[in-house]
Design a protein around this ligand. Structure first.
Ligand SMILES: Nc1ncnc2c1ncn2[C@@H]1O[C@H](COP(=O)(O)OP(=O)(O)OP(=O)(O)O)[C@@H](O)[C@H]1O
Length: 248
């Protein structure tokens, strides 16, 4: 992993009226790092991620993503990141190829570039034989693999993953994470939210949010040591048990 910082925040805050959804969060993420963003329901993860993706204007504090300011350079941020979530990913009524063409175009790639990269990508994820299938006909695990590949198709500096593996078994999650490691090895920084503690173990570092605050930030090994815990599950329980917010 390089020492280059690609995400940095300083007391970044988002208020909705009197309610402070994300409270003075400060952290740095390095190039190629896999950074896990954990917290109970309603902790403020999605709010923070939306600010970092240039989709929501912060109330106060500072933030830079891929070298661009989260207040003034949101269009530049969007050009330099990829995004995948459970709620927003592929069009179910388009085929695998049509989805790749569509999102490649949105991300600003030329037809020629899309054609050249598509075959490679399909081969890498083992979906060559399925390219004319509707996405709705694919198993969930395959959809997630494809959605991730599409999110990094334009070779962004950072990819934001919002609960990317919801609803699949640990084995399928493990396979999905092979793709994440490959992306990280190629220098793409991965910022991921999850509720699955097996995934937390796979991250280089973890930030734990409780009621809008970052309560802990370290490697999984150091967090377990610090909280005298055997698993990330236990660490999470220790930190989140006092949480007041219950989510929506
Ligand atoms: N637009 C909004 N207006 C008012 N309150 C909001 C708004 N968006 C989020 N909130 C509140 O901010 C808090 C944090 O929400 P957020 O969605 O960031 O949590 P989260 O950690 O992503 O939770 P989950 O895991 O359930 O998605 C919640 O209490 C939520 O109700």
């Amino acid at each position: 992993m390089s020492e280059e910082i690609v995400i940095e925040t300083n007391k970044l805050t988002k208020r909705f009226g009197d309610f402070v959804a994300t409270n003075e969060i400060t952290f740095q993420v390095k190039k190629g790092e896999i950074f896990g963003f954990l917290g109970a329901n309603g902790a403020g993860k999605t709010t923070a991620m939306r600010m970092l993706c240039g989709l929501s204007v912060p109330s106060s504090g500072k933030g830079k993503v891929a070298g661009f300011d989260v207040y003034k350079q949101t269009e530049k941020i969007k050009e330099n990141i990829g995004y995948m979530s459970q709620k927003f990913s592929l069009y179910e009524d388009l085929t695998v190829m049509e989805n790749i063409r569509f999102f490649g175009g949105i991300y600003g790639l030329s037809r020629k570039e899309i054609k050249a990269k598509m075959a490679q990508m399909l081969e890498r994820i083992g979906l060559e034989g399925q390219k004319n299938k509707l996405v709705s006909d694919l198993p969930l695990g395959w959809k997630q693999k494809l959605a991730f590949s599409v999110a990094i198709f334009h070779n962004p500096q950072i990819v934001f993953l919002d609960e990317p593996t919801g609803g699949v078994d640990p084995m399928t999650r493990r396979q999905f994470w092979d793709q994440i490691y490959e992306a990280s090895d190629s220098g793409i920084t991965v910022f991921v939210t999850t509720h699955y503690m097996d995934e937390a173990e796979y991250c280089n570092r973890i930030s734990m949010m409780v009621d809008g605050y970052i309560k802990a930030l370290d490697t999984p090994a150091n967090l377990k040591k610090h909280y005298h815990a055997e698993s990330m599950d236990q660490v999470f329980y220790e930190l989140a048990r006092g949480a007041k917010r219950k989510g929506d």
